[in-house]
Design a protein around this ligand. Structure first.
Ligand code: C5P
Length: 290
């Protein structure tokens, strides 16, 4: 194994709300969403090598194919092609986030690959080109490239500043059932939602949770039909002391709870029923989120 030189985190994104506001002629849905990155992450490492190779390790590594269709290798190939790089890379993905779980794990891995290999290969493509490559890899990859809280529009690719977010605690819980994004979108029925009105800032977690309660994740109902375990996770989160809001993220099945602070979220992490996966911690907004 070649020496691994560089490491990059691939943080999970959580959709605090997600409205489906329309549908394009090509079948992709138009969204209005507020995405945050509470801190749970995969880890990607890279070293120099003559060709591209990927090894997957970690608690969720078994569920993932390390073949050429893996988003990490697809991201590596498009970056090499676009920048004229002929070198390879030995990549190791430490898969700590559940697969196909609505928190953008695969998209985060792809974004981390673009960042990591830009460093390893010493290339610096213009931001616009990187954004275009990111979107070609998936609708969630641009927000994962940004890696900070942002409002998502378009198919998820049009990013604008998030409200100034208060510190809050986040608890992520996944029931261990993979949910396939295209199926959830296909199962959604009914009218489209409107765009949400958000204030410029929230003074504290309770105010934020109160406003978010009036909004929704429009993919929650179809995901519940496909994966009833989502309902069990939501009921469990809502029963936890200090849980201000419980909702599904993305197309599921991971759900999140909002708490007053990281300590309140971590306190319930020990009580999560096995074999559910859980992560709890504090969220602190970074200045200049966009
Ligand atoms: O872009 P990505 O490959 O992540 O999307 C997976 C699938 O999710 C798409 O093929 C599409 O069926 C659905 N999708 C959608 N509208 C979006 C994002 C994804 O319909 N904005």
């Amino acid at each position: 194994m070649p020496q691994l030189l560089l490491t990059e985190l691939a943080p999970a994104k959580v959709n605090l709300f997600l409205h489906i506001v329309g549908r394009r002629a090509d079948g992709y849905h138009l969204l209005d969403s507020l995405a945050v990155f509470p801190g749970a992450a995969d880890r990607l490492m890279a070293g120099h090598a003559p060709s591209l190779a990927l090894t997957v390790t970690g608690p969720f590594g078994d569920g993932l194919d390390a073949g050429p269709d893996n988003l990490v290798l697809r991201a590596a190939r498009v970056l090499a092609e676009r920048s004229g790089v002929t070198a390879g890379a030995a990549l190791v993905l430490d898969k700590r986030l559940p697969v196909a779980s609505g928190i953008g794990g695969g998209s985060a891995d792809a974004a981390a690959t673009l960042r990591l290999l830009s460093r390893l290969w010493s290339i610096s493509l213009p931001d616009g080109v990187l954004r275009e490559l990111a979107l070609g890899l998936g609708a969630d990859v641009p927000i994962c490239m940004a890696g900070q809280a942002a409002r998502m529009g378009g198919v998820g690719d049009q990013l604008s500043p998030a409200p100034a977010l208060p510190p809050f605690g986040a608890m992520l819980v996944n029931p261990g059932v993979a949910v396939f994004t295209p199926e959830v979108f296909r199962t959604r029925t009914g009218p489209f939602s409107g765009k949400a009105f958000l204030p410029r800032s929230w003074p504290d977690a309770a105010n934020m949770a109160r406003d978010l309660s009036a909004l929704a994740n429009d993919l929650e109902a179809p995901a519940l039909r496909l994966c009833p375990a989502v309902g069990d996770v939501l009921a469990w989160l809502r029963a936890q002391p200090g849980c201000l809001l419980a909702r599904m993220s993305g197309s599921g099945a991971t759900c999140f709870g909002v708490f007053r602070d990281g300590r309140a979220a971590s306190a319930v992490a020990d009580r999560v029923p096995l074999p559910w996966w859980a992560w709890g911690g504090g969220f602190t907004d970074r200045p200049g989120s966009a």
